[in-house]
Design a binder for this molecule. Structure first.
Ligand code: IMP
Length: 423
């Protein structure tokens, strides 16, 4: 059986959590493959809003098993809070949440290093969520990191102490004032570790490959978006992991020839949180309306998201890098009421019109060229069938399908599980 992938095609916050939740009933296993608590996956059903950071979005379903893969970085402190939130809703996770021994741990000092690095960059800062993601992946690739499997060793505290001591020395390198109480941080970390140790640690690559042999259905859940990928995103304004399809192979130990469908999630417009180039960004009333109607505030940090029109140049790039087989368009409802809807179909770059994503997409290098569509007035949020969608929205959908050569299989018209139109 193949492993299907679900990933974001823009700068994150596309609505992956909702779609995993909608699709979970078709899968035996949901596996997160990269990122960590920098993610915020929002799910709304039965009148409750849930935000997950590290735990796969299949946790609310009765039958699916949820795997936190080796490519994920786990902060035991935040993870404990996530579990306590599940406790409040009587979600029994002990039997259905499995953690890879090879996943790396975010130490409190990783968070301090993140803050010091960002502060020292001044105006050039990445706009990181400050969850310690960058420093943890640096320790992973630098071969210094601490992994979940280490917590099964007698001497895990020694390893923790020596890595922490190294980090404290590194903090001195950044000439910035970062306040912290190491003892308090350590107590919090140890409490998080104790909670984490109540869960099942597994050799996740073995587990998943056996599941494939047993013909179990698996959905790999990505975090962030393709344009935040460490290799293919808008570097250096990116996260520190491979958010694209290849990241699912390395982040779960699943071979490329085991990948089946690749579901690409995108918003009907574009948002970005944090710094970095964004060619179709709006600084006018239209952008403010998108932000307001779309409640565009980060699920993890609460920061306002920057908003702009859909960028097909960037979307096609993401579709190519990921091998997307089905598209899912989110938040179409937010565009109701605009007289004109714009889509960027090419860039003006060095005096020429181009349709691929160049190396530099800063405002001084590219100017977006738009195709315009007639807007629609109709409120979409209570629609359930494709034939109820306004004609101008259908033209917009069909144009995107023609340009990308990939079918749009789901049109989401609101945050609730029920506000989902299947095509
Ligand atoms: P970091 O991964 O927290 O270091 O953040 C690096 C960049 O990725 C920043 O611009 C963040 O705003 C952005 N980022 C990280 N995680 C997410 C996410 O889940 N959604 C949207 N943007 C994110």
């Amino acid at each position: 059986m193949a492993v299907d992938l679900l990933l974001g095609l823009q700068w994150g916050d596309e609505g992956k959590g909702k779609i995993v939740d909608v699709l979970t009933k078709n899968y035996d296993i949901i596996a997160r493959f990269q990122g960590g608590p920098n993610a915020g996956h929002t799910l709304i059903f039965d009148g409750h809003k849930h935000v997950l950071h590290t735990i796969p979005s299949g946790i609310f379903h009765d039958t699916a098993l949820n795997v936190v893969g080796n490519g994920v970085v786990i902060d035991p402190v935040i993870f404990k809070r996530e579990l306590e939130n599940l406790d409040k809703h009587n979600i029994n996770y002990t039997e259905k949440l499995l953690i890879s021994r090879k996943a790396h741990l975010i130490l409190p000092t990783h968070r301090l290093l993140d803050a010091a690095s960002e502060t020292s960059k001044g105006k050039a800062k990445i706009g990181s969520t400050l969850k310690g993601i960058g420093p943890t992946y640096m320790d992973k690739t630098g071969r210094n990191g601490m992994r979940v499997g280490d917590l099964e060793l007698e001497n895990w505290r020694d390893k923790y102490q020596s890595l922490t001591a190294k980090h404290i020395k590194m903090l001195d390198f950044f000439d910035v004032d970062i306040q912290y109480d190491l003892k308090e941080l350590e107590e919090e970390f140890c409490a998080g570790v104790e909670k984490l140790r109540t869960l099942q640690f597994i050799d996740s690559e073995e587990f998943l490959n056996n599941a494939i042999k047993e013909k179990k259905t698996i959905l790999a859940e990505g975090a962030q978006g393709s344009l935040l990928d460490i290799d293919f995103g808008t570097y250096p304004f990116v996260t520190s992991s491979n958010t694209t399809a290849a990241g699912a192979c390395t982040g779960l130990g699943v071979a490329p020839n085991r990948i089946g469908d690749v579901f690409g999630i995108f918003k009907a417009y574009t948002t970005r949180v944090g710094s970095g180039p964004f060619p179709t960004e709006l600084f006018d009333e239209d952008g403010a309306t998108m932000a307001k109607v779309g409640h565009e505030f980060g699920a993890t940090t609460g920061r306002p998201r920057r908003c702009g029109w859909l960028d097909l140049v960037a979307l096609k790039y993401a579709i190519q890098v990921n091998g997307v087989t089905q598209l899912m368009m989110m938040k179409g409802d937010v565009l109701s009421g605009f007289d004109t809807i714009k889509v960027c179909t090419s860039y003006k770059y060095k005096g020429e019109e181009i349709t691929h994503l160049p190396y530099n997409i800063e405002p001084e290098n590219v100017t977006p060229i738009f195709t315009e569509f007639k807007g629609w007035e109709k409120d979409l949020t209570s629609l359930t069938e494709e034939n109820q969608l306004p004609e101008s929205l259908m033209s917009y959908i069909e144009f995107i399908e023609k340009e990308t050569e990939v079918p749009i299989k789901i049109v989401s018209v609101g945050p609730d599980r029920k506000q989902t139109i299947l095509r």
